[in-house]
Write a protein that binds this ligand. Structure first.
Ligand code: TZP
Ligand code: MG
Length: 203
């Protein structure tokens, strides 16, 4: 599936609870979200497979890919379009082998040292962040700021998406740093109107 990283929604079971996962995703896609990542640190694999199948059905025909956070088995079992892993979530080569060439595979990178070790050939994109400190991820790394983001983007030979504390007001600065888009949780999930909240990213 084609990858447009412009506005990448990462879901969170608590922050998206206001309207529920599916309703929030439907609204966000109406508002222009271009990628959806299912992220749930506490659900069982079985629960996450069910959620992923529901989301996949919801997204059918939209052209918006569904990516699973962390869990390779869920990505494979659910028929999602891809997987996003962090630095401690296992091996890129093993994930690519299990997913096959057609799936999307993304990796989180926080530092130039991590970037230097990345197996870019097997990846479709890099998630760079956090740009700012954020309450949405408790164990996040040291924030990069826009300068740190720009340095990582400049050293990345892959498409990139920035994450961490980003709001619509940061679109211009993220673009200026050279990233391909913005990944957000709280700028959409839990907003009074998730569709409008997505739409304002496009001006
Ligand atoms: N990875 C780095 S920061 C972050 C993740 C999953 C959370 C982003 O959430 P928010 O609400 O957009 O700051
Ligand atoms: Mg992870």
């Amino acid at each position: 599936m084609r990858l447009d990283l412009s506005l990448y929604l990462v879901t969170d079971p608590d922050l998206c609870a206001k309207y529920g996962l599916v309703e929030t995703v439907v609204a966000a896609v109406r508002g222009g979200v271009t990628v959806v990542q299912l992220r749930d640190k506490h659900a069982s694999d079985g629960e996450m497979i069910d959620q992923a199948r529901r989301l996949k059905a919801t997204l059918a025909g939209s052209g918006v890919p569904l990516i699973i956070n962390d869990r390779l088995a869920v990505a494979v079992e659910s028929g999602a379009d891809g997987l996003h892993i962090g630095q401690d979530d296992g091996d890129v080569a093993a994930a690519r082998a299990a997913l096959g060439e057609g799936a999307l595979l993304g990796l989180s990178v926080q530092t130039p040292a991590q970037l230097a070790r990345v197996d870019l050939e097997r990846l479709d994109y890099l998630g760079l962040g956090p740009v700012f400190a954020t309450p949405s991820k408790h164990d996040h790394a040291e924030p990069l700021g826009f300068e740190g983001l720009a340095a990582l983007v400049a050293a990345s030979a892959s498409p990139t998406v920035a994450i961490g504390g980003l709001k619509a007001e940061h679109v211009a600065a993220v673009r200026e740093a050279g990233a391909g888009g913005l990944a957000v949780i709280s700028a959409i999930c839990g907003r009074p109107d998730p569709e409008a909240a997505a739409r304002i990213f496009f001006g």
